[in-house]
Design a binder for this molecule. Structure first.
Ligand code: UDX
Ligand code: UDX
Length: 463
């Protein structure tokens, strides 16, 4: 039996560890966190995150070989392998503010591991970190005078929210980076062995530490770049009567391009893409590569453009004013099948419309609590309505901002009749059947497609 600890019970730690535990019944897993309420939620019937299929795995493993606790020090002492998945947000102060990763939680955790250890351990970076962070961690951890040795490994997480369970049960690849020393390679082998219990060996890639750290940033940068690329073309489609879905299909059929991550949208959100790209940009600047930095920065700028363009198009289409108009936002989560609203484009659109003095109603099946928290003081100016039909009642416009399947299945005829006229529908995810909606009476505006409207001279104007 191996004692395995995970520090950080957020989305990453909380969804990966139960799955690993379910495949390794003979090992003992403990997930700790400084946040008592979060740990209490993991111990309850109402888990703190919504992730399809995760509940069942937690029920199956919890209190058998998986435990949740706030007693960090004690569990550090007992552990042989420690995964660290504490958050690494973008720095908000000092050097690198707005770009660099804030490593204070990581460093604090490393010192806490050192203080409470009386045996050598493997420490695994699960959080996304700037390349060469492991070097600093090794220095801190191996600064002890009592002969203990710590091997630092990088094992970045590639799972996506909403499909975390599927991604972890059958990942494209598991990446493990370690030092090329004898002890480093032994640590790598130990982690490989853990994953090999259910993942085919050929899907477990081992690299040097720096390649592994960097690959995580680069994977997210490439994925986000595809979305910004297709979104940039959506703006051109709106000017030229080309249709972004047709263009995406036509280019995606080229096997060299591939058809995934070509869904044009109101923008990408989530806790990772923006943060990781800005981190990559900062690293490039740090290493004296300003041209490379500008190249990647443009992916984030294009995303911000897409979000503000969408909100500006709404205002322009609704006779250049939304002041006092009720607008129903369908979706607050940054994507479907999650309750997560971090960096959600839906909330960016909400903020932009509030600035124009619109009366905003938000509906979402799982993310309203997080949306309210993220909006802070602005939440007091927003109505939260769980029922989409009630949200749309008397509204001048609906904006689809999260691609929840249930929004495609609503009775839009009923919705149309309950709305103020002319009724507008802005589809920020190209989720609905636009022709049908137009036939029902809606003026329909989507991403990268000609608008379907009966209104003359009130076309799209990009601000
Ligand atoms: C986070 C980062 O956002 C991501 O970049 C990284 O790859 C993994 O960690 P996530 O799990 O989604 O991802 O973050 P979050 O949900 O904020 O969870 C982090 C947890 O760590 C929180 O529950 C927080 O309370 C905990 N934490 C933080 C500690 O237990 N100790 C600390 O010192 C700091
Ligand atoms: C991402 C990476 O996919 C994952 O590998 C990494 O571990 C964490 O970051 P996640 O943020 O959970 O995962 O979601 P993802 O499915 O990548 O979507 C990110 C954003 O891009 C969402 O807002 C989504 O709606 C948007 N998106 C995605 C598009 O707008 N178009 C697409 O074609 C795909």
């Amino acid at each position: 039996m191996t004692n395995i600890l995970c520090i950080g019970a957020g989305y990453v730690g909380g969804s990966t560890m139960p799955i690993i535990a379910s495949h390794c019944p003979e090992d003992r897993f403990v997930i700790v966190d400084i946040n008592e309420a979060r740990i209490a939620a993991w111990q309850s019937d109402q888990l703190p995150i919504y992730e399809p299929g995760l509940d069942e795995i937690v029920w199956r493993t919890r209190d058998k070989n998986l435990f949740f606790s706030t007693e960090i020090d004690r569990h550090i002492a007992e552990a042989e392998i420690i995964f660290v998945s504490v958050n690494t947000p973008t720095k908000t102060f000092g050097r690198g503010a707005g770009r660099a990763a804030d490593l204070q939680y990581w460093e604090k955790t490393a010192r806490q591991i050192l203080k409470n250890s009386n045996s050598s351990k493997i420490v695994v970076e699960k959080s996304t970190l700037p390349v060469r962070t492991a070097e600093a961690m090794e220095r801190i951890l191996n600064s002890n005078g009592n002969g203990l040795h710590f091997d630092v490994l990088s094992n970045p997480e590639f799972l996506a929210e909403g499909t975390a369970v599927r991604d972890m049960q059958s990942p494209n690849r598991i990446l493990i980076g370690g030092r090329e020393t004898e002890s480093g390679q032994k640590a790598v082998a130990k982690l490989v062995e853990l994953y090999a219990r259910w993942i085919p060996r050929e899907r477990i890639i081992t690299t040097n530490l720096w390649s592994s750290e960097l690959s995580k940033l680069v994977a997210n940068a490439f994925l986000a770049q595809r979305i910004s690329s297709i979104n940039s073309i959506s703006a051109l489609c709106e000017k030229t009567e080309a249709d972004i879905s047709e263009v995406a299909n036509a280019i995606g059929r080229d096997e060299r391009i591939g058809n995934r991550f070509l869904q044009s949208s109101v923008g990408f959100g989530g806790s990772c893409f923006k943060k990781d790209i800005l981190n990559l940009v900062y690293l490039c600047e740090h290493y004296g590569l300003p041209e490379v930095a500008r190249y990647w920065e443009q992916v984030v700028l294009m995303n911000e453009y897409q979000e503000s363009r969408f909100a500006a198009n709404m205002v322009a289409s609704m006779f250049n004013t939304v002041a006092g108009k009720r607008i129903a936002l369908f979706g607050a989560a940054f994507k479907a099948n999650t309750s997560d609203t971090r960096e959600s484009p839906a909330l960016e659109v909400c903020r932009a419309l509030l600035e124009e003095h619109a009366k905003i109603v938000i509906t979402d099946p799982y993310a309203m609590e997080n949306a309210s928290q993220d909006l802070g003081e602005l939440a007091a100016r927003v109505v939260f309505e769980p029922d989409p039909y009630a949200a749309a009642k008397s509204a001048h416009a609906i904006a689809i901002l999260t691609e929840w399947k249930q929004y495609a299945e609503l009775d839009y005829e009923r919705i149309y009749h309950s709305m103020a006229k002319p009724a507008f529908l802005f589809d920020g995810r190209n989720l609905l059947n636009h022709k049908k909606l137009f036939e029902l009476g809606f003026n329909v505006y989507s991403i990268g497609k000609p608008p379907l409207t009966r209104l003359v001279n009130v076309g799209l104007t990009s601000a």
